[in-house]
Design a binder for this molecule. Structure first.
Ligand SMILES: CC(C)(COP(=O)(O)OP(=O)(O)OC[C@H]1O[C@@H](n2cnc3c(N)ncnc32)[C@H](O)[C@@H]1OP(=O)(O)O)[C@@H](O)C(=O)NCCC(=O)NCCS
Length: 157
């Protein structure tokens, strides 16, 4: 990471408001799915955040969600605009991969518009149909199911 004032750590419940607002800023642009604060309380154990240690602000976050013995997903990946391009997004994805690897999970994927970003991290694009765990558990109940143009990218870890 190029900025020495930032540190990555597991999320805490007192980060939820900041995570909510960070995700909202991008879900308003339809780049991410919105999460309510109630949902975030249920999901918080899978979140990691990056904090600006000088301003104490949460500037980035990501969520690792586990689908099966073999498969996990990087979700809710967001880096505040002013902090983009400093390696924070990559750091969060690698942190999710480390946690998944530590749990003996073999593959990790993302559904995203940021194809080039994930390709740089050695993810490869696949047809969403190759991820039935995702499609049948989540995509079918997503309000954007019929208009979803996101790309599925996967990596062996
Ligand atoms: C996508 C996002 C997470 C990237 O975070 P970031 O901190 O800016 O990315 P990084 O600085 O870690 O970039 C890592 C590498 O990917 C490249 N990269 C980043 N965003 C890119 C993009 N949109 N297109 C192409 N390359 C990109 C960087 O240039 C960098 O390359 P380098 O290693 O050769 O220097 C961030 O732009 C973001 O939060 N976007 C809005 C929300 C969103 O779309 N989230 C993804 C949902 S899955």
């Amino acid at each position: 990471m190029k900025n020495s004032n930032i540190s990555i750590r597991r999320a805490r419940v007192d980060d939820i408001k900041a995570i909510y607002l960070l995700l909202k800023s991008f879900s308003d642009q339809k780049l991410l799915l919105a999460k309510t604060e109630d949902q975030l309380f249920r999901l918080i154990r899978g979140f990691r955040v990056i904090e600006d240690t000088k301003s104490k602000e949460i500037v980035a976050c990501a969520h690792l969600d586990i689908f099966s013995e073999a498969l996990a997903e990087v979700k809710s990946l967001a880096v505040m605009q002013d902090y983009q391009g400093q390696g924070l997004g990559a750091q969060l994805v690698l942190d999710c991969e480390d946690e998944a690897r530590g749990m003996n999970i073999k593959k990790i994927f993302a559904l995203t518009y940021q194809v080039a970003f994930f390709e740089k991290l050695l993810y490869r694009e696949v047809n969403i149909k190759t991820l039935p765990e995702k499609v049948f558990k989540e995509c079918v109940i997503c309000p954007f199911f019929n208009e979803c143009n996101e790309h599925a990218l996967i990596k062996d870890i």
